[in-house]
Design a protein around this ligand. Structure first.
Ligand SMILES: Nc1nc2c(c(=O)[nH]1)N[C@@H](CN(C=O)c1ccc(C(=O)N[C@@H](CCC(=O)O)C(=O)O)cc1)CN2
Length: 274
């Protein structure tokens, strides 16, 4: 039997409807500052998509574009200005930044109360201790999608492939907080097919198109594909859909949820400021 599709477009549209109402109730336009360094075409597209969604829900997006040669010190200084600017509610630094920049230092220049993308150490620690900080946007979107389809997590074996600080690592911690048993896989994992085959819930978050073969998937597993490189997932979709019970498509799965969570958290930051 073919898997049921976890429809990120439909679920994100519902979230964005709620955000629109939240913004209307607030009585002013929340401001999301987006910072893009360099001219990576995919990053430019994502920032444009975020700005477009901001406009739809009644938010203002302030787009800061910096040249590809920007130094860490220059970027940190610009982000600190935004952190200190009372007219800005949320700050997003588009990942990845050019190689000469210390991305962690740049993320840490975001004031925690404006970290609507959930990338700072403070947000990570609050998430890890279940203290209600801002979730990293993609992992937050994954959890919202699982919840929208009422997929049980407690006691399930979740296998997360990937351990990046804004995707795989927080995704595993959010699943752990919901009582899943979590295994992380990464570039040094031996026998990846065997680990994937153990997953009741598989989160693929490596950015390597079709790395995970459909025939590795356990029958009835829930497959969450957070890959977005070249608009292609990390999982071999057709073959995986033959075995999974639920699966996210790429596009139309995790991607739209990422933006919905970013905007929902921007609305929350604005409310908290009020
Ligand atoms: N600071 C951040 N940088 C990056 C993040 C992030 O969460 N925070 N995630 C990714 C890219 N990303 C958001 O920035 C992102 C990727 C894909 C999508 C998306 O909706 N894709 C669509 C298809 C795209 C299209 O229609 O052209 C889909 O999946 O349906 C949204 C956000 C890396 N950087």
């Amino acid at each position: 039997m073919a898997a049921e599709i976890l429809d990120g477009r439909a679920v994100s549209a519902k979230i964005l409807d709620l955000v629109t109402k939240d913004v209307a109730d607030l009585g002013r336009k929340p401001v999301l500052a987006t910072v893009l360094v360099g001219d990576d075409p995919a990053s430019r597209t994502y920032v444009r998509m975020k700005a477009g969604r901001c406009a739809k829900v009644g938010m203002e997006s302030r787009r800061i574009e910096l040249p590809g040669q920007t130094t860490t010190a220059e970027l940190v200084a610009r982000i600190r200005e935004l952190s200190d600017d009372p007219s800005v509610d949320g700050i997003l630094l588009q990942h990845p930044v050019p190689h000469q920049i210390d991305e962690r230092a740049a993320f840490e220049a975001i004031a925690p109360e404006k970290d609507v993308d959930g990338v700072t150490r403070t947000s990570f620690a609050m998430m890890a201790f279940d203290e209600g900080g801002f979730a990293s946007a993609t992992p937050g979107g994954i959890m919202a999608l699982l919840d929208a389809y009422e997929i049980p997590l407690s006691g399930k074996h979740a296998v997360v492939v990937g351990r990046s600080p804004i995707l795989g690592k927080p995704a595993g911690l959010l699943l752990l907080a919901r009582d899943a048993t979590v295994t992380y896989c990464h570039s040094r994992t031996t026998d990846l097919p065997a680990r994937v085959a153990e997953a009741d819930i598989l989160v693929a978050a490596v950015g390597r198109p079709a790395l995970i073969r459909g025939n590795w998937i356990k029958r009835g597993a829930v497959v969450i594909d957070a890959g977005y490189a070249d608009n292609t997932g990390d999982v071999e979709y057709e073959a995986a859909a033959e075995r999974a019970s639920f699966i996210t498509p790429v596009p139309g799965g995790v991607g739209p949820m990422t933006i919905a969570v970013l905007l929902a958290q921007t609305a929350r930051a604005a409310r908290q400021k009020k």
